[in-house]
Design a protein around this ligand. Structure first.
Ligand code: FAD
Length: 812
């Protein structure tokens, strides 16, 4: 029987590639007193049968970072821990069937370049030079990723475990965790062999994560949002031509991905490994007729070749050599999916001292980076890269079982799908509907989901094409463009109304509530009767969040923040609240209508008893259309305006009155354009933990005269000089707006990146917000902005608003 320790600093539940990497990185960070529990042998979950592909490509900046780190780690790991392993860095070729796919690739080349990687675009001849067995006549080109390759997943896991053990951590195999409880601020993890008392627990249980997650429900946890797909790959028999080519070349063929046909094709020994992501895949363990077994260690699902027929034929047409060989083996195993296909990596929502590193769809490629991220969360309380894309708190209560299954099926079926900026993936709609929904629909709303709430993105007119097909473009132009222009014009010249359903609303209540909130923000809290914007840095001075603060008294503070920030910002407050101070989440109780534009006063005057002469940033209670409301004189659109906060049930009456008085509906995409012209930042786009408060250009929100988290770090940064700064630019970009993290160039040097971009209809230019080398943040500074591979002229306009820089229209 293994020697069970009774005490550990961290217990990691699950010994797949990800759990082992967590343990390794914890130990590497100096937290050696950690234990990993594995119910069976290491790798018994999804890891043992993984194909082992290790790409760096991703359309997500943070996932690319994680995967890049993995490739760097894996290259030196065998030597570092003295555990030789099979890691073939073969490079990969991703085929493009269309112009749009090449644009996606060009964007990845740009992101890769700024992360120090040399991804490159290939034309058909260059493809054939690297991969002679390929039909290229119908291709638009390809992406070459020189760092891609394949690794033996079992060896990888063993190497990480060995490295962790060598540093003093413990790996207990055949030791299932059977439950947990909390005692005196510590966790007790139960096993069949004894109990372990620890500070922190990590759920790294792969496709069992939901089951392990249930133990945390009594301590504030939720049902882990996930489902399980079956994924198959076929191994072919050996092919003499491949053997001969490999011998002559001295290396394996590059890994091939035909992403538009949806499969990978990798050389395995002298044959092939073909792994399709079928459009209509198969979910497992998703309903009571197919219960998940107690134990599935080292097991597979039965083969289901029929499902793969189309893909096999397609691959044989692409690489005719494949047709020469029979199938030698089929692997059909479970892959867990979160609703967006990204893992759950970070603090466990609602539960103290518990983390998740689970539900990995690409856990071999991401495992290395994931261990680093998890260890940073645990040991430092924050991560080097902003990891919101993987943060478990991004899914809140709406992500129920049906949603998870529908979304998981959709993501699997479009694993290589392109994520166009104006397209909405259709599965799992209507999770949260406001009382205005039918009215918005009647007005032509094309909806988007915001923390599960359906909000209008834009309003179509009869005859406008709102189809999925119309949105399959990276370009700005589309059926929405004229409508957005009209909506922005209405807000500029008259008055618009936007239903911003699903704002996060938090109320901090109890004696000393003001002092408590004040201690968490670097900003000065407004006085009662006023609204203020407050930024919340972490201990490094990085931007964790920004919230609108509305003090009701010293003992009651309201905070309003982004819908998607609901659990993130709620926990920022609740986890630190002392005894006697409670944080209430009232997000579901109220709705908000933004009534804004130069005629907003005239629209509201006949239907409200409010004092509409109160100044910008004032707050008052009043009635609108006979309904009790709170009026905040703020407008993210940058015009005269009020946010009308009312009970959900009263929203239709307020909407009817406001629209009858002449306000014209506008949507979130118009708001996005309008806010950018004002230089207003969006959370987790322009505002993230990738940047410090000073880099974000937010010093005017910093009260140096008080204590706050990160003050010392920010003072030090100020003294040393801020290296990178927020900047507003205009871009000569007639076709497409820049995607997130597009490169800013000065000559041949990358000098910054764009965090958001859109056409500004009031200023008549493409506007970009971004982060730039500080010395270049000078009005008039010419640069170039790389948009889907094309460098477009850009000009730095400064740090402030392009529209109404003096805020006169807001103050009108
Ligand atoms: C056919 C197939 C091919 C794939 N190919 C690739 C690929 O090429 N590249 C890639 O990146 N990914 C691939 N994947 C996905 C990859 O396998 C997973 O993402 C990865 O293995 C997940 O690792 P993990 O450590 O998170 O989970 P797992 O490997 O599932 O590990 C979780 C571990 O937790 C243990 N556990 C569960 N409950 C308990 C408990 N109560 N107590 C103790 N231990 C417990 C389990 O036994 C298991 O060992 C593939 C998957 C499949 C099915």
């Amino acid at each position: 029987m293994a020697d069970i320790p009774t005490q550990a600093r961290v217990v990691v539940i699950g010994g797949g590639a990800v759990g082992a990497s967590c343990l390794y990185h914890l130990a590497k960070a100096g937290w050696r007193d950690c234990v990993l529990l594995e119910k069976n042998e290491l790798t018994a979950g999804s890891t043992w049968h993984a194909a082992g592909n290790v790409p760096t490509f991703s359309s997500s900046w943070s996932i690319m970072n994680m995967q890049r780190y993995s490739t760097e780690l894996y290259r030196g790991l065998g030597a570092a821990v003295d555990y030789p392993m099979n890691y073939h860095v073969t490079g990969s070729i991703r085929l493009a069937h269309s112009k749009e796919r090449m644009q996606e690739f060009a964007r990845a080349v740009g992101m890769g370049r700024s992360q120090g990687m040399a991804l490159e675009l290939l034309g058909p001849d260059e493809i054939r030079a690297k991969y002679p067995f390929l039909e290229t006549h119908d291709l638009a080109g390809a992406l070459y990723d020189p760092a891609d390759g394949d690794i033996d997943p079992a060896q990888l896991t063993q190497a990480l475990a060995k490295g962790a053990r060598d540093m003093g951590a413990k790996v207990l195999r055949f030791t299932p965790a059977t439950g947990i409880r909390r005692e005196n601020g510590e966790w007790i993890v139960r096993t069949e062999k004894g109990e372990i008392r620890c500070e922190i627990v990590v759920n790294a249980a792969g496709y069992y994560a939901q089951r392990v997650g249930e133990w945390f429900r009594p301590y504030g946890g939720r049902r882990v949002p996930m489902m399980v797909m079956s994924h198959q790959y076929l191994l072919s028999e050996e092919i003499p031509e491949i053997e001969a080519w490999t011998k002559a070349a001295g290396h394996k063929l590059p890994l091939l991905r035909d992403v538009d046909s949806s499969y990978y094709l990798r050389q395995e020994k002298h044959g092939f490994n073909l792994g399709p992501y079928e459009r209509h895949g198969r979910a497992h363990w998703a309903d009571p007729s197919d219960p998940m077994p107690e134990d599935f260690s080292f097991q597979l699902y039965p083969d289901d070749l029929d499902r793969l027929e189309w893909y096999v034929e397609d691959a044989m047409a692409r690489v005719p050599l494949l047709g020469q060989a029979g199938i030698s083996k089929i692997i059909n195993g479970p892959i867990p999916y979160a609703p967006d296909g990204n893992p759950l990596l970070g603090p466990m929502p609602g539960v103290p001292n518990a983390f998740e590193a689970c539900v990995f769809t690409f856990g071999i490629a991401q495992g290395g980076g994931a261990g680093k991220v998890l260890a940073e969360w645990v040991t430092e309380g924050g991560t080097e890269w902003d990891m919101w894309s993987c943060d478990p708190r991004r899914f809140t209560g709406y992500a129920d079982h049906d949603y998870c299954v529908a979304k998981g099926m959709e993501v699997y079926g479009h694993e290589y799908g392109m994520h166009f900026p104006h397209a909405r993936w259709p599965a799992g709609p209507d999770k949260r509907l406001s009382k205005l929904h039918s009215r918005l629909k009647e007005a032509g709303a094309a909806f988007g989901a915001y923390n599960g709430w359906e909000r209008a993105n834009w309003f179509a007119k009869p005859g406008d094409d709102t189809s999925w097909e119309a949105a399959q473009t990276w370009e700005r132009a589309g059926p929405w463009e004229d409508r957005i222009a009209e909506e922005c014009a209405a807000v500029r010249d008259h008055c618009g109304v936007l239903a911003i359903t699903g704002f996060t609303r938090l109320a901090v209540e109890g004696a000393g509530a003001r002092g408590f909130v004040d201690g968490l923000t670097c900003s000065t809290l407004p006085r009662v009767g006023r609204v203020g914007l407050a930024y919340f840095p972490d201990h490094r001075g990085r931007i964790v969040t920004g919230m609108s603060v509305i003090p009701r008294s010293d003992d009651e503070i309201w905070l309003i923040t982004a819908g998607t920030a609901q659990w993130h910002d709620g926990e920022l407050l609740s986890r630190q609240a002392p005894d006697g101070i409670a944080v209430h989440d009232r997000s579901d109780k109220y709705d908000c209508l933004l009534v804004t534009g130069p005629k907003a006063r005239e629209v509201l005057a006949p239907i409200t008893d409010a004092d509409l002469t109160l100044p910008w940033l004032s707050m008052q209670e009043a009635t609108v259309a006979g309904c009790e409301v709170v009026l905040l004189r703020v407008s993210f659109a940058g015009e005269l305006g009020w946010e009308v906060h009312c009970l959900m049930d009263d929203a239709p009456a307020v909407w009817d009155a406001v629209t009858a008085a002449g306000a014209r509906p506008f949507g979130m995409w118009a708001l996005n354009s309008l806010r950018m012209e004002k230089g207003y930042r969006a959370w987790k786009g322009d505002l993230s933990t990738d940047y410090s408060v000073l880099q974000g250009g937010l010093e005017r929100f910093v009260n140096w005269g008080k204590d706050f988290p990160g003050k010392a770090a920010l003072l030090a940064e100020k003294q040393a000089g801020v290296a990178k700064r927020f900047a507003v630019l205009t871009v000569d970009a007639p076709v497409a707006d820049a995607p997130y993290m597009a490169n800013l160039w000065l000559g041949d040097t990358i000098v910054g990146e764009v965090t958001s971009s859109a056409w500004g209809y009031r200023v008549g230019a493409c506007v970009a917000l971004g982060m730039l080398r500080a010395d270049l943040v000078q009005p008039g500074q010419p640069l170039e902005l790389e948009i889907y591979g094309e460098r477009r002229p850009a000009v730095v306009r400064g740090e402030g608003a392009l529209w109404d820089p003096g805020n006169e229209r807001l103050r009108a």
